[in-house]
Design a protein. Structure first.
Length: 104
């Protein structure tokens, strides 16, 4: 399984990167592949490619603001959450996504 993530917060500094790290760590602990794009103060980093989107099973959008390029994920199961939710409970968020995929 390949999970994508996009994180972004209004300031684009600490929470953006904390959320990305939490998603990556949690998905890897579950034994799956992951790639997380950050849209922070320095712009887009670790940008998700069209090849990534084609392979993806699902995406977590952890953002308190509108992300750039959200239409890329129109055909992929998507879970939208606030950045602070992923910072506080990445395991719960990833479990929720996996449950939705497996039961969908």
């Amino acid at each position: 399984m390949f999970i994508l993530g996009v994180t972004s917060c209004p300031v684009g500094i600490a929470h953006t990167y904390m959320a990305a790290a939490n998603i990556e760590k949690t998905v890897r602990q579950k034994g799956y592949e992951v790639k997380v794009e950050t849209q922070g103060a320095t712009g887009i980093e670790n940008e998700i490619t069209s090849e990534d989107v084609a392979r993806a099973d699902a995406v977590i959008i952890a953002s308190d603001i509108r992300i750039k390029g959200i239409e890329r994920f129109d055909d992929i199961p998507t879970l939208n959450v606030g950045v602070s939710e992923v910072v506080k409970d990445a395991t719960g968020i990833v479990d929720e996504l996996l449950e939705a995929i497996n039961n969908g």
